[in-house]
Design a binder for this molecule. Structure first.
Ligand code: AMP
Length: 500
């Protein structure tokens, strides 16, 4: 038995039903999904992929990414998606850390990635979103049947890298059951049925679009309209044909700017879900006013899948992330003493359940440091539980920046800036931004007499950091504010620059 894929297969009550409809109107049925994933599985196995091997993928969004994910499940391999914005420098780290057997990337990027792939011992197989490249050709020539490799609930299905607060990114290991159990819960909690049509406008290298959205569709034999990226006018045009939208808060603020967003436009819709970053209560209110729909906000993370959700039937309270999902234990503890303060005080959110990951890839010490003795995972998020049981996220333990739903760890950006000639030090902070939630801002101290300009820093970072991590503004100061312990006071910086 193959734990997750058998479950997906068992839910296909009608193989001729459309699984994916692309923005050009092409339809891919569940039967075609089965044969495509078998072809990719055959091609990967022929390329030497064995059970437990990693298959890294950095591809523009296309249905093929999902077929390769499913092929990995079937072949017992571990799917490792990478953000398309990562530079060859960043990809080099992931390949070196994960040592995948195969690295699938866009044909246009293959040359730039070749040295890192060679160093890591990975075979590059190119695949373009327009259905071209070596892997596409190999899959096309492969058989459309595949005998699934046996996988148990605890075997790994995927590794998703999260950014590291101290140093490098960590690979969160997710098992077949982490994904299966969470999806079964969500399908039930959010009332998915085979009549649903989900608008898929999220990236597929992140847990939200890859697992939450796609797996909910798969496990309910539903359909999705697969858009290459989020565009408010395109989503607005699609709403009358769809029933569910899953998005980050930016989707909703952008949709609210569209004059065509009306009750009439949302008549066919039954559910709007938001997550990955805090949704402003103001956005929730304005959306309800215009559409009659209360956005359902939920809370999760790469390491844990989904932890909490506002209710389907009960009150969806703006500014809260709802209740712990069935099967998930959530508590709030004093981060210093570990004492349970779930009675309303603010503290560190900790979770336990079948949704919680198996640890960080090849980092047993990091893993051990983030779990309590009773197996609760320390999320790093600060929050509280109110008298009605709703969970509120009040902030992030560390200084994580979330811009457009993507996490940016200041330390990584600071490291790149500090390495530039003429820089003494820097502090990177997130400032409120109506569009992205938060915008990355760097505060830099130059060496005396250094002529380094804002443009010089921008140019230097362009080849080193993904675009979403690059500072939107750079400010120069003579010195960073520090407390008596010598720690940089980022709160002071945030206050001083709040209005730039
Ligand atoms: P990621 O691993 O990229 O999914 O990021 C997970 C982090 O995003 C969490 O640890 C939270 O800090 C944040 N997050 C996710 N959903 C919400 C939400 N609904 N409200 C506030 N923060 C959220």
């Amino acid at each position: 038995m193959n734990y997750l894929f058998d479950l997906i297969d068992s839910k296909i009550s009608d193989p001729d039903k459309t699984f994916i409809e692309t923005d050009s109107g092409a339809k891919i049925s569940y039967r075609q999904m089965l044969s495509a994933s078998a072809r990719y599985a055959n091609a990967l196995v022929a390329a030497g992929v064995e059970p437990g091997d990693r298959v890294a993928v950095q591809m523009e969004k296309s249905p093929a990414v999902l077929f390769i994910y499913l092929a990995c499940l079937r072949a017992g391999a571990i799917f490792l998606p990478l953000n398309t914005a990562y530079t060859p420098h960043e990809v080099g780290y992931f390949l070196g850390d994960a040592r995948p057997k195969v690295f699938v990337c866009d044909p246009a990027w293959a040359e730039a990635h070749a040295p890192a792939a060679k160093e890591a011992g990975a075979l590059i197989l190119a695949h373009g979103a327009g259905m071209e490249g070596e892997l596409f050709e190999r899959a096309k020539a492969s058989a459309e049947n595949f005998v699934n490799v046996a996988r148990d609930k605890d075997d790994l299905a995927a590794i998703l890298y999260t950014s590291g607060t101290t140093g490098r990114s960590k690979g969160a290991m997710l098992s077949h059951d982490n994904l299966a159990s969470n999806t079964i819960t969500l399908v039930d909690y959010w009332r998915f049925t085979s009549d649903d049509i989900l608008i898929h406008a999220l990236p597929v290298y992140h847990t939200h679009g890859l697992f939450v959205a796609t797996n909910c569709v798969l496990l309910s034999n539903a359909r999705m309209i697969f858009l290459p990226k989020f565009s408010a006018p395109q989503v607005l045009k699609t709403l009358p044909r769809a029933t569910v939208l899953m998005g980050v808060p930016t989707f909703y603020t952008r949709l609210l700017e569209e004059p065509g967003l009306t009750r009439e436009a949302c008549k066919a819709m039954r559910l709007f879900v938001s997550g990955s970053a805090p949704l402003l209560a103001e956005t929730h209110r304005a959306f309800r006013e215009k559409t009659g729909h209360a956005i359902l906000e939920r809370y999760g993370m790469t390491e844990t899948n989904m932890n909490t959700s506002n209710p389907y039937d009960g009150d969806r309270i703006a500014g809260t992330v709802g209740f712990p999902l069935p099967g998930v234990s959530l508590r709030v503890v004093d981060p210093d003493t570990g004492e349970d303060v779930s009675n309303g005080e603010i503290g560190m959110i900790e979770v336990k359940g079948p949704n919680v990951f198996r640890g960080y890839w090849q980092m047993p010490e990091k893993t051990a440091a983030e779990f309590r003795a009773d197996e609760f995972f320390i999320t790093g998020d600060l929050g509280r539980i109110d008298g009605d049981g709703y969970v509120h996220i009040v902030g992030r333990g560390k200084d994580l920046i979330i811009s457009g739903g993507l996490n940016i760890y200041p330390k990584e950006v600071e490291g790149e800036i500090d390495a530039l000639p003429g820089v003494v030090e820097s502090a990177v902070i997130g400032l409120p931004d109506a569009d992205f939630g938060e915008a990355v801002v760097a505060v830099v101290v130059r060496e005396k007499g250094a002529s380094l300009s804002e443009d010089d820093i921008r140019t230097a970072l362009a080849g080193r950091l993904a675009k979403f991590k690059q500072p939107k503004r750079i400010q120069f100061v003579d010195a960073l504010p520090r407390n008596t312990m010598g720690k940089v006071q980022k709160n002071v910086l945030r206050e001083s620059y709040a209005k730039i």
